[in-house]
Design a protein around this ligand. Structure first.
Ligand SMILES: CCCCC/C=C/C(=O)SCCNC(=O)CCNC(=O)[C@H](O)C(C)(C)COP(=O)(O)OP(=O)(O)OC[C@H]1O[C@@H](n2cnc3c(N)ncnc32)[C@H](O)[C@@H]1OP(=O)(O)O
Ligand SMILES: NC(=O)C1=CN([C@@H]2O[C@H](COP(=O)(O)OP(=O)(O)OC[C@H]3O[C@@H](n4cnc5c(N)ncnc54)[C@H](OP(=O)(O)O)[C@@H]3O)[C@@H](O)[C@H]2O)C=CC1
Length: 268
């Protein structure tokens, strides 16, 4: 495996990444494994999970996969216990799994609302609760919850996801204080528009939609799953040992927005 900066910082540790078969989850799992740690990737579909494991193993890393729906608390508990037992401990949980679609508030059906809240908010709680039992017993651990900046500024068109991510943020801050004396840290990472198949299909399925999203980013570009994974790696590492209950936003300035005075049409 290629040696790189921090390439052994996760050696001897084990992580569980939900939604680890695709996008940001896959990149985060690969980054953890590149740092020498063992990673279990979790998701509903076996095929993308297997592909992540193959990529990691081909690079000389150590990984396994477990198929599980985060909405099922009993299945989550079994999956998390299995991940912890395989390595004898569980050091890191990355709650990255999510479901989303764009719909006007009045068009979101009760079933659609429930699906997103169940995956994002309830699923994050189920995974956190199951992982924390191991971490609190060990007296150490780190949980990273992947949210979005609309958790605090809201977002027309994805009210269900914004509400769910806001719940995750409040849960993160609550449990960060509760579990800090017992050695368990919790933080959030808020990526901006990131080129992934899931997000492209759900959120910018057409060229016009993609251009609108791009126009909202002061940095003028989408980010990549790998770039987001670097920030995730920092927050779950010991380099962030004194950071808990915090949000790191990695969005090219998107949520701050463009000042009207940076727009040529206003200046001239
Ligand atoms: C602009 C920059 C900000 C970017 C922030 C990004 C945030 C992200 O989260 S990106 C991640 C995107 N990735 C995904 O969404 C991938 C996973 N997605 C899914 O699994 C589905 O989209 C899911 C969320 C709908 C959940 O899947 P599942 O439980 O299998 O859902 P069902 O197909 O059974 O549908 C449940 C329910 O939802 C209604 N529904 C589904 N899609 C839509 C839609 N496009 N529009 C409106 N309603 C939808 C569906 O009709 C069902 O409701 P009922 O019919 O009432 O039962
Ligand atoms: N991409 C972007 O622009 C942004 C993304 N984010 C956040 O980043 C994270 C990753 O997003 P991204 O990589 O783009 O999206 P993806 O669609 O690639 O990833 C979502 C993952 O979640 C898994 N998943 C979905 N539902 C469930 C479930 N019920 N149980 C278990 N796993 C599930 C999916 O696997 P499977 O379908 O096999 O279950 C998939 O691997 C999400 O939390 C998202 O909200 C935040 C801001 C911007």
């Amino acid at each position: 495996m290629n040696k790189e900066v921090g390439s052994d910082e996760f050696t001897g540790r084990t992580a569980l990444v939900t939604g680890g078969g695709t996008g940001i989850g896959r990149a985060t799992a690969r980054r953890w494994a590149a740092g020498g740690g063992h990673v279990t990737v979790l998701g509903r579909r076996e095929e993308p999970l297997r592909a992540t494991v193959e990529l990691i193993e081909a690079a000389g890393g150590s990984a396994d996969a477990v198929a599980c729906d985060v909405r099922d608390p009993a299945a989550v508990e079994t999956a998390v216990d299995r991940a912890a037992e395989r390595a004898g401990r569980l050091d890191v949980l990355v709650n990255n799994a999510a479901g989303n679609f764009v719909a006007a508030g009045e068009d979101i059906s009760p079933g659609g609302w429930k699906a997103v809240i169940d995956i994002v908010l309830n699923g994050t709680f189920h995974c956190t609760r199951a992982a924390a039992r191991h971490m609190l017993d060990q007296g150490s651990g780190s949980v990273l919850n992947v949210i979005a900046s609309y958790a605090w500024h809201g977002h027309p068109g994805t009210a269900h996801s914004a509400a769910a991510k806001a719940g995750v943020l409040a849960m993160t801050r609550s449990l960060a204080v509760e579990w800090a004396p017992r050695g368990v840290r919790l933080n959030c990472l808020a990526p901006g528009p990131t080129e992934t198949e899931g997000a492209s299909a759900a959120l910018w399925p057409t060229e016009a939609a993609r251009a609108r999203v791009l126009a909202s980013v002061p940095a003028g570009r989408f980010t990549t799953p790998e770039e987001v994974a670097e920030s995730a790696a920092f927050l779950i590492s010991d380099r962030a040992a004194y950071i808990t209950g915090e949000v790191l936003t990695v969005d090219g300035g998107q949520w701050l927005g463009k000042s009207v005075y940076t727009d040529e049409r206003v200046r001239t």
